[in-house]
Design a protein. Structure first.
Length: 446
């Protein structure tokens, strides 16, 4: 059943206390458990051309109303000029803020308002490489990887990232300096963890040592560590809590765009989680800053309805929900995060409300985000149950831009159910007729 307003709260002050998205003081904040995280990615360059950290803080109510509880902020550090392309992942100072985005005090303010709104805040961290005009290049050239023949610093290989210099993790002094820079943001600024760029390019034993120090420095607070990568060592050695569901996203595109069977999504989910130690989470998404540089969800999945069907298929199979700032208003065009791209945050209120309602369901019902998964193979319709000791839900997603018929599992036939998104009540027969890209989230009526 949809979340109901608490009618017993009579006075205004009591009404505020009953609001699950209420503001509190920063000191009241506690980071949610990793399998309870719903994350929002902030690209500052879609919020304002200057002083964008303040612009993000000004929109914090809108972000929080989506139901997210962790904000991931893309790199905000000074950007290298030498050989530069204006990439925020080309960093010339790990403990400063680029004037384009604001000041360190602006970021501290954003961290404070996130905590006041019961959201954690994590920073994008780039440990694999630096800008060519980072002071380390001239002061500590031995901290970088050198070409064996010319003895000159190289860019990361095999990639064509010519704007950055590759760091040498055989050097213990560099490792110490990198860890100290991360500790600065935890101890002095109060961040709740990091999303680590190109995590697979950095030795897992560095992550192990650094993450242990970060967790100790943050106590009694928890931190969350998200690896951009696939290496299982990030978990088994490095100590990360989450990494990317890249393979699942690839399968999602193949199913929706190329006509592969809907059941391939269940196989992809099983394959990703088969490698994970207990308690670790795959971040699931329909887009992020990398993918939206090429195509946004409303185009990649044919249209707006396709984008929402894909989102439901992504986040309810196994949790790990991510929203990339701009997708909640259906921004249609590619976003080049190397440059400012204005987003109209009022462009699509119904779509925003749909994301809000989906994340509210995700938050309100643990079974939907981390319950037991039972799936029924099918070609054109994704059908699965999520259940725990208290609740059972049937999720049905038409992955085609055409009418489809779903076979209702025998264990659900004859049950009286409610569609959580529309409040529609029905008794399930042997089949369900679905419109193009229609999805249903069904609960058993009391």
């Amino acid at each position: 059943m949809k979340k109901l307003l608490l009618t017993l709260c009579a006075a205004a002050i009591v009404l505020t206390a009953c609001d699950p998205k209420q503001q509190t003081t920063a000191t009241d904040f506690q980071l949610p458990a990793v399998d309870d995280i719903a994350m929002y990615q902030v690209n500052p360059r879609v919020f304002a051309p200057q002083n964008s950290l303040r612009a993000v803080a000004d929109r914090i109510d809108s972000i929080r109303e989506l139901g997210v509880n962790v904000v991931w902020v893309m790199p905000i550090y000074p950007i290298g000029i030498e050989k530069g392309k204006n990439s925020p992942y080309c960093i010339s100072d790990y403990t400063a803020v680029a004037p384009e985005f604001g000041t360190i005090d602006d970021f501290k303010h954003l961290a404070q308002v996130c905590h006041e709104h019961q959201m954690g805040i994590i920073l994008d961290w780039v440990a694999n490489h630096t800008a060519w005009d980072h002071p380390w290049v001239t002061e500590h050239p031995d901290w970088y990887t050198h070409d064996a023949e010319t003895d000159t610093i190289i860019h990361p290989r095999p990639w064509d990232w010519l704007d950055v210099a590759d760091l040498n993790y055989d050097n213990r002094e560099m490792r110490r300096a990198m860890t100290d820079a991360m500790l600065f943001w935890v101890k002095e600024v109060g961040v709740d963890g990091f999303r680590c760029d190109v995590a697979d390019g950095v030795p897992a034993d560095f992550w192990r040592d650094a993450i242990q120090e970060l967790r100790q420095a943050a106590q009694p607070r928890r931190i969350v560590m998200l690896a951009e990568g696939k290496n299982v060592d990030n978990f088994t050695v490095g100590g990360f809590d989450m990494n990317y569901g890249w393979d699942f996203k690839d399968t999602l595109v193949h199913v929706f765009r190329d006509g592969r069977p809907a059941s391939d999504l269940i196989k992809a989910d099983s394959a990703e989680y088969a490698q994970l130690p207990a308690g670790k989470v795959k971040l699931r998404f329909t887009t992020n800053h990398d993918h939206s540089t090429e195509v946004t969800p409303v185009k990649e999945f044919t249209n707006e309805r396709g984008s929402m069907a894909a989102y439901v298929a992504s986040v309810f199979i196994h949790g790990g929900a991510l929203i990339y700032g701009s997708q909640e208003v259906g921004y249609p065009d590619p976003i080049n995060f190397f440059h400012y791209v204005p987003v109209d945050w009022t462009a699509n209120a119904p779509l925003y409300e749909e994301y809000e309602e989906l994340i509210d369901l995700y938050n309100d019902h643990p079974a939907l985000r981390k319950g037991q998964l039972t799936a029924w193979p099918a070609q054109d319709v994704l059908v699965f149950e999520k259940s725990d000791a208290k609740e059972r839900f049937l999720v049905v997603v038409n992955v085609r831009n055409a009418d489809a018929v779903a076979d209702v599992p025998a264990s659900w036939q004859g049950l009286k159910v409610e569609d959580e998104m529309t409040d529609r009540h029905l008794t399930l027969g042997p089949t369900l007729e679905l419109k193009p890209y229609e999805y249903l989230i069904l609960s058993i009526e009391d």
